[in-house]
Ligand binder design. Structure first.
Ligand code: G6P
Length: 376
């Protein structure tokens, strides 16, 4: 088993380090920088179908649901299609208004999660085509779907999902680009720019992994905290949720993810010197909307500081001001905002990992949790 861990202390750490490869393999052969075209796996969902769809329903559980929430921002912004995101366990019991003109996307690492299988059957029964984003070839959800875009993350052993998540975000971005293209919502030049950025992501991820030692220092400082807050806006909000989930799952520290702008409607009351607050405050300086959200997030950050909270900021390299506002800053390379979640989650995974190790937790097999939940 030690050999399987490839020299790493835990599967989770090994899998965190496999993310550049997982993202590269998930992109491989699916983009063409020459033609600007996306190649998804063969499926019974045609370009005409993708043009015809009026709405997308995304359903999933756990970490996969967070990927779905991020995909909503991708699809609405680039493919200009309405998206609803549901927990699979909620979707199936709310008599969803899904129909033949809607696409249902199921996101699942294992392809065997009982609630997600049930959600898929509900959508199919109502005439919707289903597209799976799945990591396990031949799994139940992949077999029952009209199409599957496989994530090529490789087998994931750690119960807390890491590389499957970044591979899901990559696959969902490819689906978004494909839909944007066939629906005529993106120019050739813009599609090509995104593809170039996608091709550069694995290299940037390698760079982000160098934050390992820095996050270990943070863990040393904060592993005794009893609560953590994770904040983000827009597409960074699902990453705040996923950062909180990672910490909960493996360190048993209570953690909450929150939309940064909602703080004043309740959670601000929690802030004191004992509450570390992780704020995702990245920006794409070429994107006015991203900069605007960044500025709002900075004012949220100042509110936390004014209430003597401790701030750990995740920011973009070259940001000259962030260090004035935060107690600690981890810097990430600049990428288009819709791709930023793929980088942002990495320091949060590492932080959760190092905190859990310091607390003596069983990182790969957290108590009460299963890798694949095949009961409802
Ligand atoms: C379990 C795992 C999570 C995972 C969730 C959904 O709770 O512990 O890591 O995100 O199931 O699993 P799936 O295989 O459908 O992505």
């Amino acid at each position: 088993i030690q050999a399987e861990k490839g020299g790493f202390k835990h599967f989770m750490l090994k899998e965190i380090y496999e993310q550049p490869r997982a993202v590269r393999d998930t992109t491989l052969g699916r983009i063409s920088l020459d033609t600007g075209k996306i190649f998804l796996d063969e499926m019974q969902i045609t370009a005409d179908d993708f043009r015809r769809f009026e709405q997308v329903y995304i359903t999933a559980c756990g970490t996969s649901w967070h990927a779905g929430l991020a995909a909503k921002f991708m699809l609405e912004r680039l493919a200009k299609i309405r998206v609803e995101v549901d927990y699979a366990s909620e979707y199936r019991y709310r008599d969803p208004l899904v129909g033949p003109n809607d696409l249902t996307i199921l996101i699942t690492q294992s392809g065997e999660t009982a609630d997600t299988i049930a959600a898929q059957r509900e959508s199919k029964a109502k005439g919707s085509k289903t597209l799976a984003v799945c990591n396990v070839v031949g799994s139940m959800i992949a077999r029952e779907a009209a199409g599957t875009v496989y994530t090529h993350a490789g087998p994931e052993i750690g119960v807390a999902s890491t590389k499957a998540f970044t591979a899901q975000l990559t696959a969902l971005f490819l689906i978004t680009l494909h839909m944007a293209e066939v629906r005529g919502k993106i120019s050739y030049d813009d599609a090509r720019k995104y593809m170039e950025e996608l091709a550069q992501l694995p290299g940037k991820l390698e760079h982000v992994l160098k934050l390992d030692a820095e996050t270990e220092e943070l863990a040393k400082k904060y592993h005794r905290a009893s609560d953590f807050l994770f904040l983000g806006r827009g597409i960074h909000y699902p990453i705040a949720l996923e950062g909180a989930l990672k910490l909960k799952e493996i360190s048993y520290i209570h953690a909450e993810g929150y939309p940064a702008g909602e703080m004043k409607h309740g959670p601000n009351a929690l802030i004191d010197e004992n509450l570390p607050v992780v704020i995702i405050a990245t920006q794409d300086t070429r994107d006015a909307n991203s900069v605007l959200k960044y500025e709002k997030t900075i004012s949220n950050l100042q509110e936390v500081k004014a209430r003597s909270g401790t701030v750990i900021a995740v920011a973009t390299e070259g940001d000259p001001h962030i260090a004035d506002h935060a107690d600690h800053v981890v810097f990430l390379p600049e990428v288009p905002e819709l791709l930023s979640p793929i980088l942002e989650i990495v320091p949060l995974q590492l932080l959760a990992y190092h905190i859990a190790v310091r607390r003596g937790c069983d990182v790969d097999q957290p108590r009460n949790l299963a890798k694949s939940v095949t009961v409802e």
